[in-house]
Design a protein around this ligand. Structure first.
Ligand code: B3K
Ligand code: ZN
Length: 883
């Protein structure tokens, strides 16, 4: 396999101006004709024209109308090369044959439950026709689609429908024209039996946009929330960024077979149906929230990604980091900002930190890849979004907006780089960003240590920072980064102290806004070691550091437990209140893990119980915030902090604390469940959602006690629930404990929802992720369950992905989890390399475990790498994991 490097980027020698595509869709083959106007970059000089192509049967190729003969071009398994094409503009016409009905990779043109659909990002267009399949080739497309009218009554592609009609033999056609230049990865085609929910959005400049969400007929009622989300997103982008939609039609199609969440093809978004379909009975609050966020995300790409796209795939975060940031902000504005921030930071910690500390660690802008699909990662997306957020933290809302405006002014219609975004932010604000660009090129999570001291004679308070960026593959030594640290200081009553000035590098800087002191200031930490001294601080404060998580770092401070309990109670920055609880939770869990490993009895610190109790009973707090604040840090997070990760100890300790809290706060939890029950019909709004979140968290605590009365309570909740959020939470609560209640309620749930594959997938996950010892056997059995299908990515993510989410069983000491995963990865790889690669990633941190586990995991990785015909996708991850 060949590695591709950012530093080898070269401008293309030929540009494509217009592309006219013609698809004749059929049951045993599809014929694709493409007619491209090619413009040499430098006229008069001849270079070879290299077209990408994969799994294509070439039927014919013509240049300026003349059929080319075998000796006029070179064809290998990945390319079609014209050695010396004309040095003036010319027309290339290529006819290929493809077989979508056999395409299990779900990349290129394929079939999903009888319908045709496409997925071209990153490099799937080359599975449709020969093309320069790279994002800096931007062309205007037309697309003519013809197919059997009965089987495929709906024919969709990008842009505007300009013609349609009937043909002979029961066939019909549609001709689409997209007026905007686009890279091939944004091309889309859908054909099939689909019905749409229609609505209209009028943009603020008065353009009437038809909105259509397509799905199979019986699911149309479940698209109301998606439509509502789309309209909210369109409005929000106008209000917050001044960005309007630019065509008269916007289509979304929901398909059941899709490798990822969704795809932002110009004016024809294609979605995994689990991110479109929702009804109170079949989707949870979490599903409703994801749908809102992802519909927003794909819509926002119309500007950040489509109108301004990436020069090359290394720049992926240019569109993804920015668009994730935009969808995070959108969701924050639609719900609770703090809770959304907590959820996003948890996600970063749970998934991105481990990636950044493992063999697949890569910068937000990777330096190289074997298979681009492997770099649609939490680093490029979520850490990338944190990088965008830092610009905003540094520039403020209006400065950030100025930067965005300049970015679009300069680059609309172009394929650009991360530096271009950086330059727009900098130039629009005349900002000094020193070494900020390192965020794009250095991998690893910076570790920042802070020590504090108070001087009562001078009334000064000093914070000393030191930073270190850990080595990552290919980057043994790092430079210090530019880290914005938002700070507040609390007085002894827990109020924010006014901040007036700070002494730094020999200068006293005043900090104020319009002449008034502020309660939060952003320090710019740029050196390995650095001190900031606050003046006019009348007594020793408690510092609130990294407010709202102002930079994607690990923070290590000298705050005492008392300080942390104080912050948990008082910090005006709600994010840091949650964070204080989490730091306490992490410390507690780590010390109990040590006790457990030394066979000491486990005892829970009463202060922690009290802290949790006061949060739980604080009626002034947002209920979802309470639910988050009383949830312990995840097992992975704790394992990450250990020298040698010990899944059994961490799991035992987390269960112990959970049960201990449940039994000590039993009365409070029972009241919480009672007070937050409601018989009102389901509504997805903040008030009801937070109520359900808190109730469900309390119920999970209670049911962990495995006591008859509480199981009955949960069973009653299960039976009386009128929506999936509460029903599934009750099921999950009951399923914690093996036994009769669990078995019968799981069986009941399946009987009830057998007909709804999205609900059944949750049922699969719930069983797969179970910590019941030896659960690998159940998962193996479920592989043969009628509801499972290894060709459907959602089912694989539910069952196999679910199993990987259970550390005790994946890392079972007898190696059974590893062996199971190793076998299934090889089986998947033959069908769908992208999905297989996602699953093999669960092995990547094998070196974090003890020697016995390491040896067992290594055997599986070696088995995988040695397999015949292994895909590049899986090879890249498995071989890098072994390196
Ligand atoms: N841009 C797509 C992801 C494509 C993944 C290709 N393997 C969805 C998104 O991020 O919006
Ligand atoms: Zn995206």
């Amino acid at each position: 396999p060949k590695e591709i490097f950012l530093k080898h980027y070269k401008m293309p020698d030929y540009f494509f101006d217009t592309v006219d595509l013609k698809f004749s869709l059929g049951e045993d083959k599809t014929i694709v004709c493409s007619r491209i106007t090619v413009l040499p970059r430098v006229e008069g000089v001849s270079f070879p024209l290299i077209l990408d192509g994969q799994d294509l049967k070439l039927v014919s190729i013509k240049l300026n109308g003349e059929e080319l003969k075998k000796e006029d071009f070179v064809l290998d398994s990945r390319h079609l090369i014209l050695a010396s094409p004309p040095t003036k503009p010319f027309i290339l016409e290529i006819v290929t044959e493809i077989y979508p009905q056999n395409n299990t990779s779900l990349e290129g043109l394929y079939k999903s439950s009888g319908n045709f659909c496409t997925q071209c990002e990153a490099e799937g267009f080359r599975k449709i026709t020969f093309y320069q399949d790279r994002p800096d080739i931007m062309a205007k497309y037309t697309c003519h689609v013809e197919a059997d009218k009965t089987l495929y009554p709906v024919l969709l592609s990008n842009g505007n429908l300009i013609e349609q009609g009937d043909l002979e033999d029961g066939r019909h056609y549609a001709l689409w024209e997209d007026p905007f230049k686009k890279p091939s990865y944004l091309f889309a085609l859908v054909a099939g039996q689909l019905i749409s929910r229609d609505d209209t959005f009028v943009t603020r400049s008065g353009r009437k946009v038809s909105l259509r969400i397509w799905t199979k007929a019986e699911d149309v009622p479940k698209t109301a929330h998606a439509m509502h989300s789309l309209m909210a997103a369109m409005k929000w982008d106008e209000e917050v960024f001044g960005l309007e939609y630019d065509l008269d039609l916007f289509n979304i199609v929901a398909v059941p077979d899709f490798n990822m969440g969704a795809m932002e093809n110009k004016s024809l978004n294609i979605f995994n149906s689990k991110l479109v379909l929702a009804s109170p009975e079949t989707a949870t609050d979490a599903d409703y929230a994801s749908i809102l966020g992802v519909i927003g995300h794909e819509y926002f790409h119309n500007w950040t990604g489509n109108r301004v796209t990436c020069r090359d795939w290394f720049q992926l975060s240019l569109k993804e980091g920015l668009t994730v940031f935009r969808d995070q902000e959108f969701s924050s504005d639609m719900g609770s900002r703090t809770v959304k921030r907590i959820a996003d930071v948890s996600r970063l910690r749970t998934y991105q930190f481990p990636q950044d500390a493992g063999p697949m660690a890569h910068p937000v802008r990777p330096h190289s890849y074997i298979k681009m699909d492997n770099f649609y990662t939490v680093t490029v997306y979520e850490k990338g979004a944190e990088v965008v957020r830092m610009y905003k933290t540094l520039l403020g809302s209006s400065g950030f907006r100025k930067g965005m405006d300049l970015y679009f002014k300069r680059h609309d219609g172009q394929a650009v780089t991360c530096e271009d975004f950086f330059a727009a932010m900098r130039d629009a604000n005349d900002a000094d960003f020193s070494n900020f660009l390192l965020w794009y090129s250095q991998a690893g999570t910076p570790l920042v240590k802070v020590t504090s001291s108070y001087n009562s004679e001078t009334n000064t308070y000093s914070l000393k920072f030191s930073q270190q960026v850990p080595p990552t593959p290919g980057q043994p030594v790092k430079d210090p980064m530019f880290i914005p640290v938002a700070i507040g200081l609390l007085d002894s009553n827990g109020n924010d102290l006014p901040l007036t000035s700070v002494f730094h590098e020999g200068l006293l800087h005043s900090i104020s806004s319009n002449g008034h002191p502020v309660s939060t200031t952003v320090l710019r930490v740029t050196k390995e070691e650095e001190e900031f001294v606050f003046h006019d601080i009348p007594h020793k404060p408690v510092p609130s550091i990294l407010r709202n998580y102002s930079a994607p770092i690990r923070l290590d401070s000298d705050l005492t437990d008392d300080d942390l309990f104080f912050l948990l109670d008082h910090d005006s920055d709600e994010f840091n209140r949650w964070e204080a609880g989490q730091i306490l939770g992490r410390k507690l869990m780590l010390s109990l893990v040590a006790d457990y490993q030394q066979n000491k009895p486990l005892v829970l610190n009463p202060k922690f119980v009290n802290g949790m109790k006061s949060i739980l009973c604080d009626s002034s707090l947002d209920k979802e915030f309470i639910a988050k604040a009383i949830t312990l840090p995840g097992e992975g997070e704790i394992m990450d902090m250990m020298e040698v990760a010990d899944p059994d100890a961490v799991h035992a300790v987390r269960c112990f604390i959970k049960k201990q809290l449940a039994s000590e706060l039993r009365g409070e939890f029972l009241t919480t469940v009672k007070d937050n029950s409601s018989a009102e019909p389901y509504e997805f709004n903040h008030h009801n959602m937070t109520r359900r979140a808190l109730k469900n968290t309390a119920l999970a605590y209670l049911a962990s006690l495995d006591d008859l009365e509480l199981t009955k309570l949960a069973l009653n909740e299960y039976k009386s629930a009128t929506n999936l959020t509460e029903q599934f939470a009750a099921l999950t609560a009951i399923a914690q404990n093996p036994g009769e209640a669990r078995d019968s309620v799981l069986a009941d749930f399946y009987r009830k929802w057998e007909h709804d594959y999205l609900v059944v997938n949750k049922w699969l996950t719930l069983q797969a992720i179970s910590d019941i010892p030896g659960n690998v056997k159940n998962v193996q059995r479920l592989l043969n369950h009628p509801s499972f299908d290894i060709r459907n990515p959602n089912k694989v993510y539910s069952l196999i992905g679910g199993f990987c989410g259970s550390p005790v069983n994946l890392h079972a000491k007898d190696g059974s989890g590893y062996e199971f995963l190793g076998d299934i990865v090889l089986q998947l790889d033959k069908l769908n390399p992208q999905v297989a690669a996602r699953m093999v990633s669960a092995f990547s941190r094998w070196r974090r475990y003890d020697e016995t586990r390491q040896a067992l995991a290594k055997v599986q990785l070696e088995k995988i790498v040695a397999a015949n015909g292994l895909s590049e996708n899986v090879y890249e991850i498995a071989s890098k994991s072994l390196a």
